[in-house]
Design a protein around this ligand. Structure first.
Ligand SMILES: C[S@@+](CC[C@H](N)C(=O)[O-])C[C@H]1O[C@@H](n2cnc3c(N)ncnc32)[C@H](O)[C@@H]1O
Length: 442
């Protein structure tokens, strides 16, 4: 029914053409890399200069050219963002020696990463360290680990130099780690940030950085991040608070917890408290609670971030889609359960931000419409900054309400944001698909 409402609102032809553009841009990485600078530790300009020097050193080692230049621009509106252009797709010739990697690894390579050993699924039978190989991403998860070749659905992501023999990858008792293929001719050229100024430069998609600013945490406040791993937004919140106050990070999956702690430690943030906990159960009935951690009494937090588990359909680059309809539909009820806990845990007068990295109406505008109806204490608030587009039609929200929402929809301007457009202009449009809503609890 919602689909027919969208069609009625925008027209069949426009909906079809927008969908095709969406598919195209989702299969490409954004045309720049976004770095969140640790401005709680050093001024932006100092970080920009240091980063420039580090990346120049890196490029001098890998490039045959004598003069290398690295372009790093500050974002015109967001004070802790640096932008670096990505060059691609470039003409790269495919070789006969082939390494196949998993989709996640392939996507990371398209965004500037090297291939790490755990991502390698197949390699030539006699591959030795130093061999030059072509790297392919397995689109459907069909390649068997340890194979010597693979002819299934795959996509070329560039050429690199093997850093390890085949036997070191597949024939050892101890799982090997570290770089397995160093990319020398990637399809999309952008700096590898592996080990580059780890405490000052944090790779984060632009809309995710916007979320932290929209939440607007202040020093001394108590903030809850309900779905926190790997902790990018948790750490941003703590940095915006100059590490004064408390950021409680909850995450349901145990083996993701360490990553949040490592990130907080690396960024020198002591105000982050991490707990492995199911946030749907984070409200305690005991209002005189003594212990520090979850569950918490109602109205415990000044601000709550619900960066919800979602279908992730806005992620870029995404070269294949193996979702089932059942899986896609499973998120809306879970998000609503989390929303119930979020509203209860928020103090009166507090701010709740709901965000997803997906494009569906069901997980975004429909959730906002449901929340406004279910919780009369909530009102939608303007967002600062607001660099995306407004909310999408089809969920029954008024034009004023849609204007208060922020949607990052790369397909809207896909044809106009070519590499020729100035970088800051491209940066706000050529993003991953993302959604942000900000509420005030009366
Ligand atoms: C979109 S990701 C969060 C990304 C994170 N906010 C960041 O910026 O780095 C959603 C996370 O929620 C976790 N999650 C899912 N259900 C949860 C629940 N009931 N309670 C707590 N965490 C949950 C998932 O394991 C996943 O790590």
């Amino acid at each position: 029914m919602m689909f027919s409402m969208v069609l009625a609102a925008v027209g069949h032809q426009e909906a079809e053409s927008r969908f095709q553009r969406l598919l195209t841009c989702l299969s490409h990485p954004p045309s720049y890399t976004c770095v969140r600078a640790s401005t709680h530790l050093a001024p932006l300009e100092e970080i920009r200069q240091k980063l420039g020097e580090e990346l120049k050193k890196q490029q001098m080692c890998t490039s045959s050219e004598k003069e290398v230049s690295v372009q790093i621009l500050p974002h015109p509106l967001i004070p802790d963002v640096l932008l670096l252009p990505v060059d691609g797709p470039r003409p790269v010739e495919q070789l006969s020696s082939e390494v196949v990697v998993g989709t996640q690894c392939g996507s990371a390579v398209l965004r500037g990463a090297n291939v790490f050993v755990p991502g390698i699924l197949a390699s030539p039978k006699f591959m030795k360290a130093g061999d030059v190989v072509s790297v392919f991403s397995d689109l459907e998860g069909r390649c068997t680990r340890g194979a010597t070749s693979f002819q299934g659905m795959r996509v070329f992501v560039g050429n690199g130099v093997a850093q390890i023999d085949r036997s070191g990858i597949f024939c050892t008792d101890v799982a090997a780690k570290g770089v397995g293929v160093r990319m020398v001719e990637p399809l999309y050229q952008s700096p590898s940030f592996d080990g580059v100024l780890p405490n000052l430069a944090f790779l984060q998609n632009l809309p995710s950085v916007v979320v932290g600013h929209v939440l607007g945490p202040l020093p001394g406040e108590r903030i809850l991040d309900m779905c926190a791993a790997p902790g990018g937004k948790t750490c941003h919140i703590a940095a915006l608070m100059r590490d004064q106050g408390e950021v409680v990070a909850l995450e349901k999956i145990k083996n993701k917890i360490d990553r949040i702690r490592q990130n907080a430690k690396m960024l020198q943030l002591n105000s982050v408290k991490v707990y492995c906990f199911n946030s749907t159960k984070a409200v305690s009935s005991d209002s005189a609670q003594e212990h520090e951690g979850p569950p918490f009494p109602a109205e415990s937090f000044d601000r709550v971030l619900l960066d919800a588990p979602c279908s992730g359909l806005g992620q870029r680059p995404s070269m294949s889609c193996t979702w089932s309809l059942k899986e896609l539909c499973s998120y809306q009820p879970l998000q609503r359960k989390l929303f119930h806990a979020a509203v209860q845990l928020l103090k009166k007068g507090g701010v709740l931000v709901y965000s997803t990295c997906t494009v569906t109406l069901a997980e975004n505008e429909e959730q906002v419409a449901w929340a406004l109806e279910t919780f009369p204490c909530l009102t939608l608030q303007p967002q600062e900054p607001h660099i995306g587009s407004e909310g999408m039609l089809g969920a029954g929200l008024s034009p004023e309400q849609l204007r208060l929402l922020q949607r990052f929809s790369p397909e809207l301007t896909w044809d106009q944001t070519g590499a020729a457009a100035p970088l800051p202009y491209r940066a706000d449009r050529d993003t991953i698909g993302f959604f942000i809503a900000k509420f005030l609890k009366k």
